[in-house]
Structures are given as C-alpha cells and as structure tokens.
Design a protein around this ligand. Structure first.
Ligand code: NAI
Ligand SMILES: CC(C)=CCC[C@@H](C)[C@H]1CC[C@H]2C3=C(CC[C@]12C)[C@@]1(C)CCC(=O)C[C@@H]1CC3
Length: 345
C-alpha cells in the first residue's frame, strides 16, 4: 500500500522565483514562515529555507521535484514582455502553463495562484477605472499580452472545487520597486541617451504603477483566502496602488529623484505612435539584415500616451486587500534603491 503524504500548508513553490516579483514574493513567504521551493531557469540569489530547482517549466519531469509535498504554487514566470518572440511566448505562457497545471495535478497541489496582468484587457486605447468584468482584449497590443490572456483563461478554467484544485489570477499593472530590471533601468537608459526630453500627448493620462510589495501582498492574501467556499475561486483580481498617477509625472519623479531632467516638450500622440509603428514594421522587414531595437515601440507609446488605470475594489471586498505602501513612499524607496543609476554615478 502506498501512503501519500498530505502536503503541508506552509510549503509552497514559486515558479519564476528568481525574477523581480518572484524574489520579492519568496522573501515575504520565507518571512512568514513558509518553506519555499523556487523553480526557474536561473538562480539569482540564495536565501535560508529556500530550495532552488533549475529547469524549464515546459518540462514536466523537471518541474515535478519542485512541487513534491507542496500544497500551494505561485506561477509568476514569463519571458520578458519586450522579447518580441511569438514562438517563445506561446511555448512558455500557453503550453508551459498547461504543463504547470498537469504537474500540479500529478503532485497533489491544492492551490495555484497565477500572476496575470491588467494588460489582458488593454487594446491601446483609454481604460479608466477598469473593472475585472471588462472583456479580454480582442486585439492585444503584442504577443506577450496575447499569450497572457490565454494563460489566464487556462488557469481560471482549471479551477475545480470538486476535485480540490483551486485557482485564482492576480492582475498587477506597472510593477516597480527595488531590483526591477525593466521600468527604472529602461527609463534611465533612455534619459542617458538624451531621448527623455519629450512628453507623448498632453501629459494628462492617468496610469497605475504598483509597488512590488503591494503586488506581493495581493498574492499572499489570495493564496491564504483561496478556500472552496471563498468567492475568489476561479476569479481574476486587479491589484494596484489605488492611486492612479499622471504617467509623465510618475516618470518625472523617478528621473528627477535620480538627478536627471524631467521631460518638457510635448509631441502629438498620433504622430509618435505612427513613427513607432513605421519603425517597428521596418525592423521586422529588415530583421535578417539589421538587429536594431527601437526604444519607442508602439506598445510603449500606447502605454505612455493613454489612460489605463484599474479598480481594485473587488480585491478589497473579496480578500480584504489594501495597498501597504503609498505611492509617495514607494517612489522614494525605489529611487533610493538605484544609487548606481544616479546621474553621474
Ligand atoms: N513587471 C511588470 O510590470 C508586470 C509583470 N507582470 C507579470 O508578473 C510576472 C513576473 O514578472 P517580472 O518579475 O517583472 O519578470 P522577471 O523577468 O523579472 O521574472 C520572470 C522569471 O521567470 C523566469 N522564467 C522565464 N521563462 C521561464 C521558463 N521557461 N521556465 C522557468 N522559469 C522561467 C525568468 O528566469 C525570471 O526569473 C510575469 O508573469 C509577468 O507577466 C504582470 C504585470 C506587470
Ligand atoms: C516611454 C518610455 C521610454 C518609458 C519607459 C518606461 C517603460 C519601460 C515602462 C512604462 C510602463 C511599463 C509597463 C510595462 C513594462 C515597462 C513599461 C513599458 C508592462 C508592459 C510590463 C508587463 C505587463 O504586464 C504590463 C506592463 C504595463 C506597464
């Protein structure tokens, strides 16, 4: 007779735990007394009580040892949004997520928390205080978003109370904070190359930027509230700072905090978008000959020039979510964490 060990509720796995959000999540879970297994294609740090398993999440046999005796899995792995590689996004975000779900079933995992994205409803046009019932984007702005939509659907459809497998999706937007490899580094690089002088549009577009600790808090609450009787089973939740901010004010505060000039001159949105689109088409057509990546991609221009902020009322109501760090403190903590990116450093 084989006896199956009941997984401990304080044992969890974080797929993508070496990444920016993943590592902050792992640190919080370890702090809260969880034993954590990290599964990732790379190991970027060490932490007591955390075991690393290296492998590709598309490989079920590699994944299974990381899920052994684990009751709760966080899936926050994805190729970087700027990758522009449809096959990679489809392999990792769609078939890889199917593999994650199968591996969870085989390992007896009871709860799966997915890091989705608020962008699953964004088509490049204004969203003001968007709720979770907005339809998925019919024309997603890039392959990243296209595959995040499929990924979220797979995870939510896998929720099966009768068989004891509960799922939930967290949709953050514009995550920032210490060690983020994207937002601040790209911004500073653009400023250092003298390209951060212009405001796209009139500068009055409101956007959500969400401090990483608030995103982590949303994930932990979702995991702890995920029970068969809970309304959160099989649902998606926006997690934001609940303080939409003018996109260009936010960028200016980070830039000025690090000693760079804030952008000052306005350019019409449609002009910049048109140029970005033209450059993108040219880079695609000339790809075999030229390997040049434009800074202002159509996706970035759309994100920089439209309103896109989301309501987190549902997360407040169903899981008692409240941001734990204000935007003002978050910007200060973030600026302080990048001394090496200061002007003149
Ligand atoms: N950064 C942001 O503003 C936002 C991020 N998200 C989502 O949050 C999650 C985490 O994002 P970040 O921490 O910013 O990204 P990140 O790039 O820092 O972390 C992703 C991690 O996934 C790992 N990974 C990628 N492919 C893998 C594979 N095939 N097998 C195993 N591991 C793999 C990477 O090595 C990396 O450590 C992603 O799902 C992303 O879609 C959602 C909304 C906004
Ligand atoms: C105009 C310019 C050069 C801005 C620099 C900052 C950008 C790199 C960020 C501004 C909004 C960010 C954002 C994302 C990535 C980084 C930005 C484009 C995401 C696409 C990351 C993944 C998601 O799921 C959605 C994010 C929306 C906001």
């Amino acid at each position: 007779m084989t006896t199956r060990v009941r997984p401990s509720s304080k044992r969890c796995a974080v797929i993508g735990g070496s990444g920016f959000l993943g590592r902050h999540l792992v640190e919080k879970l370890a702090d809260k007394g969880y034993t954590v297994s990290v599964f990732d294609i790379r190991q970027s740090y060490e932490l007591p009580g955390v075991t690393f398993y290296l492998g590709d999440l598309c490989d079920k046999q590699a994944l299974l040892p990381a899920l052994r005796d684990v009751s709760l899995v966080f899936h926050c792995a994805s190729p970087a949004p700027g990758a522009d590689d449809r096959a990679l996004f489809e392999r990792v975000n769609i078939s890889g997520t199917r593999t994650v779900i199968q591996a969870c079933h085989e390992a007896g995992v009871q709860k799966l928390v997915l890091t989705s994205s608020a962008s699953v409803v964004f088509e490049g046009t204004d969203i003001k205080n968007g709720k979770e019932d907005l339809p998925y984007a019919k024309k997603p702005i890039d392959f990243y978003t296209l595959t995040k939509i499929q990924q979220e659907k797979l995870v939510l459809e896998a929720c099966d109370k009768e068989n004891g497998f509960l799922t939930v999706a967290i949709r953050p937007h514009g995550i920032f904070g210490p060690r983020d490899p994207q937002l601040v580094p790209i911004l500073v690089d653009t400023a250092r190359r003298g390209k951060m002088k212009f405001i796209i549009g009139n500068g009055s577009n409101l956007v959500d930027f969400t401090y990483v600790e608030n995103v982590v808090h949303g994930h932990v609450l979702a995991a702890e509230r995920l029970r068969p009787e809970s309304p959160i089973c099989g649902q998606a939740y926006h997690i934001t700072n609940d303080e939409p901010v003018f996109f260009w004010d936010f960028m200016s505060q980070i830039l000025v905090g690090l000693g760079y000039n804030a952008p000052r001159y306005h350019l019409p949105y449609w002009l910049v978008y048109g140029i970005a689109l033209l450059l993108w088409v040219l880079t695609v057509l000339l790809r075999p000959l030229v390997s040049w990546k434009p800074t202002f991609t159509p996706m970035r221009v759309a994100l920089a020039g439209t309103h896109h902020y989301y309501s987190c009322a549902r997360a407040k109501q169903d899981m008692g979510y409240q941001p734990v760090v204000s935007l003002k403190d978050a910007i200060m903590l973030t600026v302080e964490s990048y001394p090496h990116l200061r002007q003149g450093a």
